[in-house]
Design a protein around this ligand. Structure first.
Ligand code: FPP
Length: 247
């Protein structure tokens, strides 16, 4: 099983991805295949989050972005949605102090207005508490959709043009970046999806223009720190050209 997860090339030294973004897929199937409720998979998934977060500094990862809840996930049964939000609250309350102590700077991306006020307050509180940290930049996407993010950014830019504070021909890629939820963050070097699906599901569409992608078969609750390290090492074997020719 582990061999299947390992990168095709033997592990070798090479550039390490500074920013890894992960689509944590497969919690539901992990649980269902064991005859457990789907929420049991999410709970196990949250434990994996801690393990992967803790492994980042040793792997040279300075930025980790996690897709926790998409704008489409509201279509799931209410009990699952409520359960997921209970987990997010518990994670922030339980892991918050540890993240502060470990020097993580936590940010949340995604539209917040649809979230319960108490969750919004917990999120804002953890962001404020970790503002000065920079050992690991942990970004968690909740109620995030790439089209929604670009739409919200476009509306704010259009407002500025209408208000006369910005000229339409002064809108540059940097203007767009500055209006995205990820403003100030570097683009991901590597985007990883677990659970054998070859889709990006609206995750960071603008930011991933030059990212490398890795898809692994393991379901998120089975995705270990060792498998993560193997993917990170595999990244070093790739040649990134950013549209240019090999140098
Ligand atoms: C995808 O599995 C996973 C999610 C929709 C939720 C991700 C949430 C966690 C890992 C829990 C905690 C997260 C944090 C940041 C504390 P799925 O349900 O789509 O799986 P399936 O495709 O097998 O149904």
């Amino acid at each position: 099983m582990y061999e299947l997860m390992a990168p095709r090339e033997p592990a070798g030294e090479g550039p390490r991805p500074a920013h890894v973004a992960i689509i944590m897929d497969g919690n539901g199937r992990w649980a269902e295949s064991r005859g457990l409720p789907r929420l049991a998979g999410h709970k196990r998934g949250a434990e994996r989050v801690r393990e992967i977060v803790e492994s980042c500094p040793d792997l040279g990862i300075t930025h980790l972005t996690l897709f926790a809840f998409s704008t489409e996930n509201w279509k799931r049964p209410a009990s699952e949605v409520l359960g997921l939000f209970r987990l997010f609250r518990r994670y922030i309350k339980k892991e918050g102090a540890r993240l502060v102590a470990e020097g993580a700077r936590v940010r949340f991306i995604g539209g917040r207005e649809r979230l319960e006020a108490d969750l919004q307050a917990l999120m804002g509180g953890l962001e404020a508490q970790t503002l000065d940290n920079d050992r690991l930049h942990l970004t968690v996407a909740i109620n995030y959709g790439g089209r929604d993010e670009i739409l919200r950014a476009t509306r704010r830019i259009a407002e500025a043009v209408r208000a006369g504070t910005l000229a339409a021909d002064e809108v540059t890629p940097e203007t767009i970046e500055a209006h995205l939820d990820t403003a100030g963050l570097p683009d991901p070097d590597l985007i990883l999806r677990t659970s054998g699906e070859y889709r990006v599901s609206g995750f960071l569409p603008w930011q991933s223009a030059y990212s490398e992608f890795a898809f692994v078969d393991a379901r998120w609750p089975d995705f270990t720190a060792e498998m993560f390290a193997a993917q990170v090492r595999g990244f070093g074997r790739r040649e990134r050209r950013f549209g240019a020719v090999a140098g």
